[in-house]
Design a protein around this ligand. Structure first.
Ligand SMILES: [Zn+2]
Length: 222
């Protein structure tokens, strides 16, 4: 099969629009290396691109994406841990100051976990991966919630659980405790475009930039 035409077209648009604006920045980043201050752990979902949502320029965000934006706990064994390797690189090589776990509404990974109570076959990567959601699910009282509310609460509990798992990395926990690295949870409403951020004191997710959001909805589209 040919290389997708959609990508050729997108690259052509990048060459005519973004590259001219960013060329000096790309050159400087190539010479001096990247120095992003923010790491984002997001879902691989095609609707939740951190660079798009946060309007990021080249070199600004160090991004790792996986199914359901999960940070696994610290497991120093001989297996290959892609997310943990990315965290190690972001924290200790790039020395990012912030780690943001970005979850989202209508997360297919979270829904799959909620709907398939039974574990999938042992050889199934997704089934095994989604088991990492179990500690989050244990904190949400499903019986008291509508199916839609349950998914939202589970998506948000998954963010909180990923942040808790960051604290199981011993060297990182020290940096967080001493205030050198800050961790944050964020939740993006795919249909609405609303963004909420975890309030550590209450454990609730609270809207941010609500005024800008209201303005955006008020502005005439065309
Ligand atoms: Zn997702």
């Amino acid at each position: 099969m040919d290389f997708p035409q959609r990508l050729i077209e997108g690259y052509s648009t990048f060459l005519s629009e973004r590259l001219p604006r960013e060329q000096s920045r790309f050159r400087a980043l190539a010479e001096s290396g990247q120095r992003p201050e923010i790491m984002v752990v997001g879902c691989a979902d095609s609707r939740v691109s951190p660079e798009v949502i946060f309007d990021a320029r080249p070199g600004e965000l160090f991004v790792v994406r996986n199914i359901a934006n999960i940070i696994p706990p610290y497991e120093p064994d001989t297996r290959s841990h892609g997310v943990s390797a990315a965290i190690e690189f972001g924290i200790f090589a790039l020395q990012v100051k912030h780690v943001v776990v970005l979850g989202h509404a209508q997360c297919g990974g979270v829904r799959a976990f909620a709907e398939d109570g039974e574990p999938l076959t042992p050889g199934d990567f997704i089934g095994n991966w989604m088991k990492l959601l179990a500690p989050a699910a244990a904190k949400v009282d499903r019986a008291k919630l509508s199916p839609a509310d349950y998914l939202t609460r589970l998506e948000q509990a998954n963010i909180t659980n990923s942040l808790a798992n960051l604290m199981t990395f011993p060297r990182l926990a020290k940096l967080i405790e001493s205030g050198k690295v800050a961790t944050h949870g964020a939740y993006f409403g795919v249909a609405t475009g609303e963004m909420s951020v975890l309030d550590r004191a209450s454990g609730e997710f609270r809207r941010v930039a609500a005024e800008a959001y209201a303005q955006a909805l008020k502005a005439p589209r065309f």
